[in-house]
Ligand binder design. Structure first.
Ligand SMILES: Cc1cc2nc3c(=O)[nH]c(=O)nc-3n(C[C@H](O)[C@H](O)[C@H](O)COP(=O)(O)OP(=O)(O)OC[C@H]3O[C@@H](n4cnc5c(N)ncnc54)[C@H](O)[C@@H]3O)c2cc1C
Length: 458
């Protein structure tokens, strides 16, 4: 809906479920949703679809606010897909230019590390080690980038809680810290390390009602304002006040979210693992991050990898990918790589859910068709026009697209979704929040004239 400038309705601030209109300057297409209202009409609070790090983080964030969750996972156990690797790095992602992706993931790293430490201190059964991450440049461009990051971090006051602990190590110091010779110096993130993602997922979901072996096939609006879910056997699985879809690539498998298929891209990855017994003189003191990574021993195994393959959507383990991982390891640690062969290795493959702008999709689920109808002329540059508030699927949220950084992105994302649902203040600055908003792709496509008018239904 477009209304003329000067219309006082633009200043109204009523419940978002009505036809309230806002100034374009307020970016109504990213407007917040109405807060969660607990109602006796709904037998349950919030349903969460997907038992990986995204879904379990959402359960945890809501449970912390006193909101009950029911977690639906199609496999027999949680963390059985991308979040099922034995080790995931907790490595900060910092960009020298303060990009939105850098701001999101830097804050996400701090949040994930604090959460894991808090759980460990509380005695939770999380496997993790804050042994530090040694990040070595693989190219001259990486080297320049590392120096710029260092400069940026040094400009932060030492007592600033937002500072990520990092220092530059010479070749000799880096070799000492890792426990074997490395070819170049690089950055050492002393507060970083690794986690076992399934243990994190299980702890984050411990207060949630779990329904495993339950594939959700349909989400229906309920006349009471909530949502109902249908399982794979056709049964309706209860009334919920809201639903969060955290199903990685499958987030786009529902009628309301199918438009997201154009913006979610699967990126296959395989890790390789070897037993410490085959190289019993090896000592890896911290995580090594280069073009790939190598982790310290966990349960007698070292993990390294990983491959990136855009053209495969299966999760079989291949010797050719083990060979690629060995070759990649050889760029940083040639002597170690020479001692490994695919015959020594076991592995695991998974799909990373990525997006074209490398940022996740976190927030209310936009009603695609209604967006096209509400904002048909954004491409005309009418800056002062006024538009109606964002048309979302009521009480439906999405949380996906973490690519290779789910462990440092999903827990913070869950806080953002919880703040949407509870109406409390958001944990992210507006520009970052808008950068991860699921509707950004629809808005961009309209502005760039990429969505043809014929797609707009009358
Ligand atoms: C090889 C590899 C190495 C990686 N290394 C790291 C790393 O070191 N550090 C890091 O931070 N990240 C790493 N990642 C990325 C990280 O694993 C992912 O970003 C993260 O696991 C994504 O979590 P998710 O919950 O979105 O997806 P998933 O873990 O895939 O979870 C989605 C869940 O939803 C369930 N589901 C989907 N549809 C339905 C449905 N209809 N009904 C019920 N259940 C459903 C699925 O069964 C699945 O369990 C790596 C990824 C790969 C592949």
């Amino acid at each position: 809906m477009t209304i003329p400038p000067g219309d006082d309705r633009a200043n109204a601030n009523t419940n978002v479920s009505d036809k309230t209109v806002y100034k374009l300057a307020d970016k109504p297409w990213f407007a917040p949703t109405a807060p969660f209202i607990r109602s006796p009409l709904h037998t349950n609070d919030v349903a969460v679809i997907g038992g990986g790090i995204a879904g379990t983080s959402c359960c945890h964030a809501l449970n912390q606010q006193g909101i009950g969750t029911t977690l639906f996972e199609r496999h027999a156990r949680l963390a059985n897909e991308a979040s099922g690797n034995p080790i995931g790095m907790l490595e900060p992602y910092i960009t020298a230019d303060n990009s939105l992706a850098g701001r999101f993931y830097e804050a996400g790293f701090r949040h994930s590390s604090a959460l894991v430490r808090e759980k460990l201190n509380g005695g939770a059964a999380i496997e993790a080690a804050f042994c530090g991450v040694l990040s070595l440049p693989a190219t001259p461009r990486d080297d320049t980038r590392q120096h710029a990051i260092l400069e940026k971090q040094s400009a932060t006051a030492p007592d600033d809680n937002n500072a990520v602990g990092v220092q530059y190590l010479s070749v000799a110091d880096a070799s000492d810290v890792l426990g074997m010779p490395v070819p170049v110096g690089g950055l050492f993130y002393r507060d970083a390390g690794w986690v076992n993602p399934p243990s994190v997922c299980n702890v984050l979901a411990e207060k949630s009602v779990r329904q495993t072996r339950q594939k959700i096939t349909q989400i229906m609006s309920h006349p009471t304002g909530g949502v109902q879910l249908r399982g794979h056997d056709g049964a309706v699985l209860g009334d919920f006040a809201a639903v969060i879809i955290a199903g990685a690539m499958e987030t786009a498998a529902f009628a309301q979210t199918s438009w997201m298929q154009d913006y979610l891209v699967a990126l296959r990855g395989q890790i390789s693992c070897f037993s410490k017994d085959i190289l019993d003189d090896l000592k890896v003191n911290c995580v090594l991050s280069h073009k790939g990574y190598l982790t310290p021993e966990r349960n007698g195994q070292h993990v390294f990898g990983a491959t990136f393959d855009r053209h495969a959507s299966h999760t079989d383990v291949f010797d050719s990918d083990h060979a690629a991982n060995i070759a990649q390891l050889g760029l940083a640690l040639p002597e170690l790589a020479q001692r490994l062969s695919p015959a020594h290795l076991t592995g695991r493959a998974g799909l990373r859910t990525t997006t074209p702008d490398h940022l996740p999709l976190i927030g209310p689920a936009p009603d695609y068709q209604a967006y096209l109808e509400a904002y048909p002329d954004l491409d005309k540059g009418r800056h002062y026009a006024r538009y109606c508030r964002a048309p979302y699927h009521k009480n439906m949220y999405v949380c996906t697209g973490f690519g290779a950084r789910g462990m440092i992105g999903a827990p913070l994302a869950a806080e953002l979704i919880a703040s949407h649902i509870t109406g409390q203040s958001h944990p992210l600055a507006n520009p970052v929040q808008e950068a991860v908003h699921p509707a950004r792709y629809i808005v961009r496509a309209i502005k760039r004239g990429l969505i043809a008018p014929r797609e707009i239904t009358p």
